[in-house]
Design a protein around this ligand. Structure first.
Ligand code: FUB
Length: 325
């Protein structure tokens, strides 16, 4: 099935890339994607086929400009605590250093979030020897507010194990492609403040409320709107925009709030389903215009071999977000 962006050209085609986190650092666009690779692992709903083992950083001078692949920025064999699956990363900068945040399974098969540090945005990055204390599940996304306070958003259902943490302790009986059902609240994404050195959580991990227009939490059975994975936060006109994937319904949605810790009110869809099971993105301002970086599988036709694309976004007068025509 052709998806909403199958006609667009991938950012690069010499490697497979996914889960793009885009930022402008020093006037240049840097993209931190997953680096998909061929494996013999069959597709399943636990995501075992996403068996990546390193990261490359891409950069470009402007949208449409020539893309540089800076090569391997971090690899699994250099991270002592990781057993497998380097999934969707993100990066942030503070005080002249660059930080790469990444999820991976530890020796017990539990997803944790690691951090690696570099003096330059393209890496290579040196990983801390242990994952961030108190971290769990997948898809870390950083956001640094205007006051300098940094936040890390994270979480992902099914293979991402968020449902295993309902009591605050990992519960293996929830492992695999499952989640709570019914009219009770859906599981919520997580957010933590980052400490001044960007390498640990400052205080507790919070649940991030996503509510409907009446102020009620989105319910578990509302798969068109409930959070699944791929958290991203950006700020526009003083409001905070939290965007995410709905997973098995394959939408990119967003919600708007007045505080980076929430609550966020559901505001609509950014992207209809694309080719491939997963959908994942970032939103970044470049020279006064806003862009959606996302992926599909149009380069390979296979769920685990994805390619990154970019599209322009526009806001209407009420701050609602949509793809540019
Ligand atoms: O790339 C592996 C996983 O697929 C990511 O962590 C999810 O967001 C989904 O894109």
């Amino acid at each position: 099935m052709a998806g909403a962006s199958s006609h667009l050209k991938p950012l690069v085609s010499h490697i497979y890339t996914a889960d793009p986190s885009a930022h402008v650092f020093n006037g240049r666009i840097y993209v931190y994607p997953s680096h998909d690779r061929e494996t013999d692992i069959e597709d399943n709903d636990n995501g075992d086929q996403y068996d990546m083992n390193d990261y490359h950083v891409l950069s470009l001078p402007h949208i449409g400009g020539e893309v540089t692949d800076h090569g391997v920025a971090l690899k699994q064999e250099d991270i002592p605590w990781v057993s497998k699956q380097l999934w969707a990363p993100d990066a942030a900068t503070k005080n002249g250093k660059y930080y790469l945040y990444f999820p991976a399974r530890d020796a017990d098969g539990i997803f944790r979030i690691g951090v690696a540090v570099s003096d330059v945005p393209e890496g290579p990055f040196t990983p801390d020897p242990e994952p961030i204390s108190g971290s769990y599940t997948i898809d870390p996304a950083s956001f640094v507010d205007d006051d300098g306070q940094a936040y890390l958003y994270f979480g992902g259902l099914w293979g991402g194990q968020l449902q295993c943490w309902q009591t605050g302790v990992f519960d293996d009986k929830w492992s695999g492609p499952q989640e709570p059902k019914g009219t009770g609240p859906a599981l919520l994404p997580r957010v933590a403040k980052l400490s001044e050195d960007m390498r640990s959580f400052d205080g507790e991990v919070h649940e991030l409320s996503i509510v409907d227009e009446e102020g009620n939490l989105i319910i578990a059975d509302d798969h068109d709107r409930r959070f699944f994975e791929a958290a991203w936060t950006h700020k526009y006109n003083g409001k905070y925009y939290f965007s995410y994937s709905t997973g098995d319904t394959h939408y990119l949605c967003y919600a708007i709030g007045d505080n980076p810790l929430g609550p966020f009110t559901y505001a609509g869809r950014i992207l209809e389903p694309v080719e491939g099971w997963t959908t994942h993105h970032s939103i970044v301002e470049v020279e006064g215009k806003w862009y959606l970086f996302h992926h599909d599988t149009s380069l390979s036709g296979k769920n685990h071999l994805r390619c990154v694309k970019v599209r322009e976004l526009v806001y209407d007068d009420a701050g609602k977000l949509r793809l540019a025509d």
